[in-house]
Write a protein that binds this ligand. Structure first.
Ligand code: BGC
Length: 243
């Protein structure tokens, strides 16, 4: 079965058609920059453009950078505040006429890794962390998702959310080298490791491809590995949400 997977991120909105039996992308991925402010109408327009690009008629799975409960956004970290309380599935459905299944983006990325990737067959507690505009988290116990864990929103020092200090966007903003930023990311890992005691941590998102440049800064004992789907985990997992 093939499903269009769409990953809505703070800086880019990406999609590809995914074979949900194997996790393979069966088209090139297509990316459109996230419209400034990421307001509902503007994001829905981009989602519709992706649907058009793939000439897609079937159902669609979508990873979204917020807490998503029964299709409704309950937070709005790196997107416009007006998303809060809206039914994201309905908004995209009204705009495209197609059936949408929406979940948290990091939960989606984790789903891809647990099903086909670096977490396949791993029992116990597996924590997926996505490093991008924010810090996303997805927790799995014996392969089952515990949805909407929001570790990037923990308060830290003067920062409302630790992701404002330790995400990849903070590395760029503060012009840090990977080792300099790696110390911050390690602090984040130490805190979340202490809170959740995972057996394995899988890193996804753009910066995970650069693990070699900051793994020297990681001091926790828990094994930390890179997502097998790297930056495509969000798209593959999005399609799995709709499966
Ligand atoms: C949001 C999370 C999301 C993460 C990554 C955070 O700002 O609170 O829901 O998973 O960004 O996009």
């Amino acid at each position: 079965m093939e499903i269009l997977g769409i990953d809505v991120g703070g800086t880019g909105i990406k999609g590809a058609i995914v074979n949900v039996e194997t996790g393979a992308l069966i088209t090139e991925k297509h990316r459109i920059p996230t419209p400034k402010g990421a307001k509902p109408n503007d994001v829905a327009d981009v989602v519709a453009k992706l649907v058009e690009h793939f000439d897609w008629q079937g159902k669609i799975g979508c990873g979204f950078p917020a807490i998503i409960s029964h299709g409704v956004a309950l937070s709005s970290g790196n997107i416009d505040k007006s998303w809060q309380g809206t039914n994201v599935e309905d908004i995209f459905n009204k705009r495209t006429g197609l059936e949408f299944h929406v979940g948290n983006d990091a939960d989606a990325a984790g789903l891809a890794e647990i099903t086909f990737g670096a977490g396949k067959g791993k029992n116990g507690l597996v924590l997926m962390i996505t490093i991008g505009t924010g810090l996303g988290s997805g927790l799995f116990y014996n392969g089952i998702l515990v949805p909407n864990l929001e570790l990037g929103t923990l308060p830290y020092k003067k920062f409302k959310h630790i992701e404002h200090w330790a995400a990849d966007s903070a590395r760029k903003r503060d012009e840090l080298s990977y080792p300099e930023w790696g110390k911050r990311f390690n602090k984040f890992l130490k805190i979340v490791n202490g809170l959740t005691s995972p057996d394995l941590i899988i890193l996804g998102g753009g910066a995970s491809k650069k693990l070699q440049r900051f793994e020297g800064q990681i001091t926790i004992k828990t094994p930390v590995i890179v997502a097998q789907f790297q930056n495509n985990a969000g798209i593959v997992g999005a399609a799995l949400i709709a499966k």
